[in-house]
Design a protein around this ligand. Structure first.
Ligand SMILES: N[C@@H](CCC(=O)N[C@@H](CS)C(=O)NCC(=O)O)C(=O)O
Length: 223
């Protein structure tokens, strides 16, 4: 059984929960990080010297980095619809995941930490405003891409790229701030939310999705 280390309030842990659901991977999860067991504990550092969640242990293999874990799960379950074999198609999926992990993720940190988590290190209104501007610019990039593809980040079908990007978009809508109108993002996420609620996009193997995973996909990500 795959073991997932990390608390479910973490966006990066939620990526793994969502991916497990997509591929029908059973797992057990332990709360680490955040308000739970400290990732400074030696037991955790032995698994991940970087000290961040999520970490998984699967068949004796230990892996860290949420996007890597998401790709691992798709590959392990031979879900070439989620992560294509064709090098060019695969690279397109990966480039959107890399963009999420680097540019997109870094843009929203100041606004999210300041406005939602109320973290004292991000209390400066100038830092928050600068982050909001960068975040909006990244959302414009996504808006243009979604206009081109119709619905999903890397093309016409759902792929693993939509997991990190979908969760980041969730934060955009849930953060209390002014937002420019982004019609394609709005339409795509509305239909994704509807699908997630009725279980249309996941559980293709007929598996009933657990409440924890539905939570990972649908609830306001504001803790
Ligand atoms: N690049 C890493 C980032 C992981 C990360 O930043 N994790 C945060 C939670 S979202 C963390 O472990 N923070 C320390 C803690 O929660 O104690 C990944 O994608 O897995």
């Amino acid at each position: 059984m795959l073991k997932l280390y990390g608390h479910a309030d973490s966006i990066n842990v939620r990526k793994v929960l969502w991916a497990c659901d997509e591929v029908g991977q059973d797992y057990v999860r332990e709360d680490w990080g955040g308000a739970y067991r400290s990732t400074h504990e030696q037991a955790f550092r032995a698994l991940n010297p970087v000290g961040l969640v999520p970490v998984i242990e699967d068949g004796g293999k230990v892996l860290r980095e949420s996007n890597t874990i998401v790709r691992y799960l798709a590959a392990k379950h031979r879900r070439t619809d989620l992560l294509p074999d064709d090098p060019a198609a695969r690279a397109t999926v990966e480039l959107w995941m890399d963009w999420q992990a680097t540019e997109f993720n870094n843009a929203w940190r100041g606004a999210f930490m300041g406005l939602v988590r109320k973290h004292p290190d991000y209390a400066d209104p100038d830092v928050i405003r600068a982050s909001q501007r960068e975040w909006a610019a990244m959302m414009e990039v996504l808006e243009s891409q979604l206009r081109r593809t119709g619905t999903f980040a890397a093309g016409p079908g759902f792929t693993v790229a939509d997991i990190p990007i979908g969760l980041s978009v969730n934060r955009w809508f849930m953060t209390p701030m002014e937002r420019p109108a982004l019609p394609a993002v709005m339409t795509c996420s509305a239909s994704a939310r509807r699908s997630a609620r009725t279980g249309e996009t996941a559980g293709r193997d007929g598996r009933v999705r657990g409440a924890s995973t539905a939570d990972a996909r649908c609830t306001p990500d504001l803790r």
